[in-house]
Design a protein around this ligand. Structure first.
Ligand SMILES: [Zn+2]
Length: 352
């Protein structure tokens, strides 16, 4: 497999596409980091991300401290009922008690995971991901994907079920293709790459903000801080650690009217809204239906998100089928070493 700098500058001369390791930062000269990908489909294992120290700032720490508390928690950290239960059974030697408490709490947590799984399995699942192919919309600075039968290097013939018992596809495309993740490293030389984002970042409470009521008057409405405050007056504060997605319904054009889908301007975020969500509400990540975060070419909002150590999901689908709060999102992507972006799979788990 080759991971190369994307060199397609044909349609958007204002940006250069560099593989990570470029000496220039996107902020200084407006360069946009991305990598183009080509390779056969059966390369490594898809979906799953390694946890590595301190990459995505606050929420990794949150995950860690949660891990640490399970086996090191003091009795004071337990509910009074659990404390009583633990104390009743292990009253004599405090150190021994502490370790046994750990064990009994692990048992309790596997029971709660069992309950959690039953709840999840009975919930409604909504796919927030578009199918993509060689003809689906892509940002004007990148090329359409190429997908072809993978060839046997010895014979130069495509593998086929008839002759070889299997078939596979050779993909050539930019990482930012279809519904995709932008990791911090897409815009930040020192930002986390695809393989460095914590697993805890891949399942999060989901909040969906609805931009559609504003679109009749203003078809390219940028969701404002005022809009968010109106949402919070009705729904309460956006919870810490949430994934916040912006619904605009423009996803409906993806298959039926790709040219319209690629339009600019389009409805998106206002930078102040994102700043408030990340800095005041301490959310984990954001996503939207358009191919870009910003309605302008300055890319202020995207630069802000990625340079502050958060990832985003672009080109999301079906957000109109998800409640504004009360759901979960699961997002996954292949674990490309030093990867700067890749098609992602996102889905919501929502109450029936
Ligand atoms: Zn992107």
């Amino acid at each position: 497999m080759n991971l190369t700098p994307s060199d397609d500058r044909t349609h958007q001369p204002s940006f250069w596409i560099n593989y990570r390791g470029s000496a220039s930062s996107p902020r200084k000269d407006g360069r946009r980091l991305a990598s183009a990908t080509s390779g056969a489909g059966q390369w490594g294992s898809a979906a799953g991300v390694q946890m590595r120290a301190g990459q995505i700032r606050e929420h990794v720490e949150e995950g860690r401290s949660r891990d640490a508390t399970i086996d090191r928690v003091s009795l004071l950290g337990l509910s009074s009922r659990r404390r009583l239960c633990c104390l009743k059974h292990h009253t004599i030697i405090l150190f021994a008690a502490a370790s046994i408490v750990g064990a009994s709490c692990n048992a309790a947590s596997s029971a709660s995971l069992d309950t959690a799984y039953k709840t999840i399995a009975a919930a409604r699942f909504v796919d927030l991901t578009h199918s993509f192919g060689p003809n689906t919309p892509v940002w004007s600075g990148f090329s359409q994907a190429k997908m072809a039968p993978a060839l046997d290097p010895a014979t130069k013939q495509p593998y086929s079920i008839e002759h070889d018992g299997f078939r596979t596809t050779y993909y050539e495309m930019v990482g930012q293709y279809g519904t995709h993740i932008d990791p911090p490293a897409h815009f930040d030389e020192r930002g986390a790459t695809l393989d460095q984002i914590s697993l805890h970042q891949m399942i999060l409470p989901l909040i969906v903000l609805d931009d559609t009521p504003y679109l009749a008057k203003d078809p390219n409405h940028a969701y404002s801080l005022e809009d968010l405050r109106a949402w919070e007056r009705k729904n309460g504060p956006v919870p810490k650690g949430a994934f916040v997605a912006l619904r605009t319904d423009m996803y409906k054009d993806w298959d039926s009217n790709p040219e319209r889908f690629k339009r600019s301007p389009f409805p998106a975020w206002q930078l102040d809204t994102l700043r408030y969500l990340y800095e005041q509400r301490h959310i984990a990540a954001t996503g939207h239906e358009s191919m870009d975060t910003d309605t302008t070419e300055k890319m202020d909002s995207e630069t802000y998100i990625l340079k502050s150590g958060h990832y985003q999901i672009e080109v999301m689908a079906n957000l109109d089928q998800v409640p504004t709060k009360g759901g979960l999102i699961v997002v996954s992507w292949p674990k490309v070493r030093d990867g700067l972006g890749f098609p992602a799979r996102a889905f919501a788990i929502v109450p029936r």
